[in-house]
Design a protein around this ligand. Structure first.
Ligand code: NDP
Length: 333
């Protein structure tokens, strides 16, 4: 067995030195438990917050302990009712090759609905985040303009496509021309802006949104969000999903004071956590799966090969290495 541990807390950008890859024993499942072989590991931006020793909605990862998160695995031994050897399951597991789990923390993935990796992407946490943040808080209407930052990532590309399904004009903001070309040509976004190369993000965004912005889905925060918020319309809705531009800042970020913009536009800005919507996950998964089957929704995955690559794949989230959901492939089912 092997395990990846957090051995030091990143100060700003995480580095490979913050992690160690160690040999470990294969754990023995007790009665009522299953032994799992890891197939795919999800790396997610929120994990960066858990690497700080600070209070947040999820507790900090302990130093010198295995990191844990969303994982797809195969049951190799089952001493639990309802689970068979060979079942592919989604769970919250450690970054290890083998782990034990209790069944109440696992869901069996049906490979007939969609490829199993979608359980960590479009039909999993990122897809649900897009669905509830956009539809519950953003509430886009036909003909409105929706702007999404982090647009070519796991959450962002689903947000933009759901907004298109709802009849909105959709503008994405992402960090490379290749990503933006994908958003427009493959996913039907109306426009996409490269925030890394634009000379004037505000001006380019204003041009792409001639009728202003009705919904700004914020995945990144910082200067990108300052530009978007300066263009909002009356009664705009602003779901605050993530602030990835701030996660590696060693100091507090100082930006525009936006309260008066919200005031004069009677706009709604609301933070949310996907877990708040747990009771409605089945409804959302079935709608997302239906859109997939109807080809109204597409998704991309960036899959790196090899357990040892997990820290590297995680760090890549902050340099924009991924188009779509970033996963690590550990083994074949
Ligand atoms: P992504 O797949 O979008 O990966 C992260 C992307 O963020 C990168 O590809 C990169 O793309 C972009 N990025 C990285 N650094 C910066 C920066 N400094 N400024 C602007 N963009 C940057 O990740 P997810 O889809 O999983 O998550 C997207 C956001 O949603 C994150 O902020 C995350 O924390 C949040 N989130 C919130 C949830 C909730 O419940 N509220 C649940 C899930 C995610 P690029 O090339 O465009 O720079």
């Amino acid at each position: 067995n092997k395990v990846i541990k957090l051995v030091s807390r990143p100060k700003e950008m995480p580095t490979l030195d913050n992690f160690s890859i160690e040999e470990a024993q294969i754990p023995s499942p007790a009665q009522g438990e299953v032994l799992l072989r890891t197939l795919y590991i999800s790396v997610d931006p929120y994990m960066r917050g858990r690497m700080n020793d600070a209070k947040s909605y999820a507790p900090p990862f302990a130093l010198n302990e295995a990191i844990a998160g969303g994982v797809i695995s195969e049951v190799v031994e089952s001493y639990a009712e309802g689970f068979q050897k060979g079942d592919v399951v989604l769970g919250n597991s450690t970054w290890t090759l083998y782990s034990v789990a209790k069944p109440e923390r696992l869901t069996v993935i049906d490979p007939n609905i969609a490829p199993i990796t979608t359980a960590l992407g479009v039909l999993g946490m990122p897809g649900l985040t897009a669905y509830f943040g956009l539809l519950d808080i953003g509430q886009p209407k036909e003909g409105e303009t929706v702007v999404v930052s982090g647009a070519a990532g796991a959450v962002g590309m689903i947000v933009g496509q759901i907004a298109k399904i709802k009849g909105a004009r959709v503008v994405g903001i992402a960090g490379s021309d290749e990503k933006n070309e994908y958003l427009i040509k493959e996913l039907g976004f109306d426009a996409a802006i490269n925030y890394k190369t634009t000379a004037d993000l505000h001006a380019e965004l204003a041009q792409a949104c001639p009728d202003g912005i009705d919904v700004y889905f914020d995945n990144v925060g910082g200067a990108i969000s300052d530009a978007a918020l300066s263009l909002i319309n009356k009664n705009a809705r602003i779901p605050i999903c993530g602030q990835i531009a701030l996660y590696n800042l060693g100091k507090a970020d100082v930006g525009n004071r936006i309260q008066s913009v919200l005031l004069v536009n009677t706009a709604l800005m609301q933070g949310f956590l996907v877990g708040q919507y747990a009771a409605r996950f089945p409804e959302a998964v079935s709608q997302l799966a239906q859109w997939l089957q109807q080809k109204k929704l597409k998704y991309a995955e960036n899959i790196v090969d090899g357990f040892e690559q997990t820290p590297h794949a995680f760090i890549g989230l902050f340099t924009g290495d991924n188009l779509g959901k970033q996963l690590v492939k550990v083994a074949e089912p």
